[in-house]
Design a protein around this ligand. Structure first.
Ligand SMILES: NC(=O)c1ccc[n+]([C@@H]2O[C@H](COP(=O)([O-])OP(=O)(O)OC[C@H]3O[C@@H](n4cnc5c(N)ncnc54)[C@H](O)[C@@H]3O)[C@@H](O)[C@H]2O)c1
Length: 425
């Protein structure tokens, strides 16, 4: 156990306590075995909010910082949760590991493949783990599908689709957001959309799919091609809604409205990932998983299994979900699902805390973080080269050949060094 031995409390620090950081911190404040030692944000008002709410809940006031490195130098922390801007996640996680703490990063794109390597090498050199807080992997339906895949219901996996299709045009133009500007008048996400033609938010989609396909554990991503449509949605919205002199009006947006990437895996599967945040459309994860014996389609809320479903017809997913419900979700339903993204926020934070407490590899580890976040710079490269295929680095350096899939394991299946999901609640 790497935590303070006296009382086995996990000591946490939080960098970036804006909207998301405050919500993750609130989930940790519900845990008796966690001490929130320090908080860090460049905006005083966020530090005030967090301190007030912790003290109102009867918790001690955390030490306040406005500089991440000062917090790391001034505190003895077991884990650091990073929910700052996209560009800073990986550098801040590296600094946390260098300072002797485990790092947990919120989701976002990598800036380059090189920084993904830096992340992996820092973790290996320091012996500190890094978890990507990809809450999408912990969803009730996602984990039921994980059980279906592991039980072989869909046969041998062949193909999957996923994506992030979310109309956030007002937010990208600076409306309905508290997000900190990295350049005058522009939130940190906006800059990526302005300057990068890439899938800049791949991990909500690819996370669960990578777990189903055993990526980095018996399988790996081999190559990727990406293609982008022209860019229209963000400028059209600006023309309709904004004054001509607004900071985001009249901009030449780099990102294509719809970016489509195709990944090829070592075991012969293909995955299509879509990114679309610039179009008028209902939100969708466009998730589909197909094997030799059947397929699950999230948008249809349906499943079709050969020799079980009527030919050519979908069946309601709920009936299968009851049969394949993950143990942690069966218990969670009984105990009461907590707030935050359908209950996933508590599970993702709990898995980080429990991994520290049990000194086991986190269930979404540094190799997952590197491979999933690298999709952004790789898709950027492919689009720039006219949709050429780009080779995926093997961030595991061959570990994928021997490591086994363990995400969601419970009881005897978890084994030594693996997080038992029965310990999450
Ligand atoms: N997993 C999910 O479902 C989910 C949902 C929402 C957001 N997110 C992710 O969470 C992250 C944060 O999003 P948000 O909506 O909270 O944004 P936000 O702007 O509200 O919060 C970011 C915070 O980081 C602070 N910050 C920026 N630079 C800093 C620095 N150098 N040092 C210290 N603090 C700094 C900002 O002041 C701000 O308070 C993003 O990566 C986003 O993609 C994930």
């Amino acid at each position: 156990m790497s935590t303070s031995d006296a009382d086995e409390t996990v000591r946490l620090g939080f960098t970036g306590v804006g909207k998301r950081g405050q919500s993750l911190l609130a989930r940790c404040a519900e845990m008796d075995d966690v001490s929130i030692e320090a908080i860090c944000d460049v905006q005083e008002r966020h530090l005030d909010n967090v301190e007030e709410s912790l003290v109102a809940d009867g918790r001690p006031a955390p030490t306040r910082y406005q500089d991440h490195e000062r917090m790391l130098a001034g505190e003895a922390l077991d884990g650091v949760i990073i929910a700052s801007s996209w560009r800073l996640h990986i550098p801040m996680a590296i600094q946390a590991m260098e300072a002797g703490a485990w790092a947990a990063m919120e989701v976002g794109p990598a800036s380059s493949v090189e920084e993904c390597w830096d992340l992996v090498k820092t973790s290996e050199r320091t012996g500190q783990h890094c978890m990507l807080l990809e809450n999408a992997c912990f969803g009730r339906d996602r984990m039921a599908v994980l059980n279906m895949v592991r039980a072989g219901l869909l046969g041998e996996l062949l193909h999957a689709q996923c994506g992030y299709l979310h109309d956030i045009r007002p937010e990208l133009h600076g409306f309905r957001e508290s997000r900190m500007a990295e350049r005058e008048g522009m939130g940190y996400r906006t800059l990526h959309f302005l300057k990068r033609n890439a899938d800049v938010y791949p991990t909500h989609g690819i996370g669960p799919i990578a777990k189903y396909m055993g990526v980095n554990r018996g399988n790996r991503f081999m190559s990727l091609t990406s293609t982008a449509t022209k860019a229209r949605g963000l400028e059209r919205w600006a023309q309709r809604e904004l004054d001509e002199d607004a900071p985001t009006a009249g901009q030449d947006w780099a990102i294509g409205d719809i970016v489509t990437s195709v990944l090829r895996c070592a075991n012969g599967e293909t995955i299509i990932i879509n990114h679309d945040c610039s179009s008028p459309r209902p939100k969708s994860g466009m998730m589909m998983v197909q094997g030799t014996d059947g397929l699950w389609n999230n948008d249809q809320e349906g499943i079709h299994v050969e020799d079980r479903s009527p030919e050519h017809e979908w069946e309601p997913f709920e009936e299968y979900r009851d049969e394949f419900e993950h143990a942690v979700w069966a218990e969670y339903q009984d105990e009461g699902v907590r707030r935050g993204h359908g209950g996933t926020d508590y599970l993702v934070m709990r898995s980080f805390v429990q991994s520290i407490a049990q000194d086991v590899r986190p269930p979404v580890d540094v190799y997952d973080a590197a491979a999933w976040m690298a999709i952004s710079p790789l898709s950027e490269e492919s689009i720039e080269r006219g949709s050429d295929s780009v080779t995926f680095p093997d961030f595991t350096n061959g570990r994928w050949l021997t490591d086994q899939p363990t995400f969601g394991a419970t009881g005897d299946d978890a084994g030594e060094g693996v997080l038992d999901f029965n310990t999450l609640l």
